[in-house]
Design a protein around this ligand. Structure first.
Ligand code: SAH
Length: 283
């Protein structure tokens, strides 16, 4: 039986790990603002029926808020010392399990057991690895229903961008889900404070990705080709990026009803899907 029934996960972690010096190399900026923690949990609509995968629990503040609201929390931490301390701290919190692993390489299907139960991802992400981690979950065979993540404001803006302002990041996210900005977060909400402003983003997974799974590789090949020279007009950037003759590139643009003078940032997701379709046989 617990001798410290009222000790919270973060307090317990601090007891076990008195010299937790944040590691810059692992993007450790621990969230200290109660109101932002609450914003994150409520943006994810976490309730007792939910299973939540948290990435980078750190000292466990978000983990504690999630454990209070969710049915089950699976927390993935890469740092050896933090993972060990958090595992021990969570022994008396039966709905939290801690997994010591790299979220960029995690085998998602083995995380949650058989039957592929639905789950949400909620995380204050390490910024150096935010995109590879998101990619792992967005592209998973069994993706989450919703992701609510803290990332750099600049990356958040790229995610929610619309035609006229699109980049590879906007397309990589919007090919799978619909992102929206939840709130901005100043550096002072963390300890130690990061150099950049942060933001919380909610991504609702789309029922169907923009193109079928077998065509995804071709889709991203075309998108990457198009963005190889983001300032150039599409005819040039595409034929250069994909090493295709100008005339067959022009043909594909016409077939997809896209003005060859536009720039890659101007196209919508549907434009890219049509273009990838028109180019599929030429590549
Ligand atoms: N969620 C905590 C800590 C966020 S800092 C809070 O809000 O206070 C980012 C956390 O991600 C750190 O604990 C860091 O050790 C962990 N981390 C860094 N790289 C990781 C990776 N590749 N996979 C899983 N966790 C990682």
């Amino acid at each position: 039986m617990s001798t410290e029934p009222h000790v919270s996960i973060p307090d317990r972690v601090r007891q076990i790990l008195p010299l937790a010096r944040p590691k810059k190399s692992l993007g450790q900026h621990f969230l200290t603002s109660r109101s932002i923690l609450q914003n994150i949990v409520s943006a994810a609509d976490v309730g007792p029926d939910d299973t939540v995968v948290e990435i980078g629990p750190g000292l466990g503040s978000l983990t504690q808020s999630l454990a209070d609201a969710a049915g089950k929390v699976v927390a993935i931490e890469l740092d050896d010392a933090l993972a060990a301390a958090l595992t021990e701290a969570c022994l008396e919190t039966p709905n939290v399990s801690v997994i010591h692993a790299d979220a960029r390489e995690i085998a998602i299907d083995s995380l949650l057991g058989p039957g592929h139960p639905p789950y949400k991802v909620v995380a204050n992400l390490p910024y150096y690895a935010a995109l590879p981690i998101l990619r792992r979950f967005l592209e998973a065979e069994h993706p989450p229903s919703v992701l609510v993540v803290m990332i750099q404001l600049e990356v958040a803006r790229a995610m929610v961008a619309q035609p006229g302002d699109m980049s590879l990041v906007s397309i990589a996210v919007q090919a799978y889900g619909t992102p929206r900005m939840v709130c901005r977060v100043p550096p002072g909400a963390f300890n130690p404070p990061p150099k950049v402003t942060s933001a919380v983003v909610r991504i609702d997974m789309n029922d169907k990705p923009i193109v079928g799974a077998p065509h995804m590789t071709n889709f991203f090949k075309v998108v990457r080709g198009g963005f190889s020279a983001p300032r150039k007009q599409l005819l040039n950037s595409l034929s250069q990026g994909l090493r295709l003759p100008r005339d067959s590139t022009a043909e594909a643009l016409t077939e997809a009803s896209i003005d060859a003078k536009l720039r890659p940032e101007d196209l919508s997701l549907e434009d890219w899907a049509n273009l990838a379709n028109a180019l599929e046989r030429k590549l």
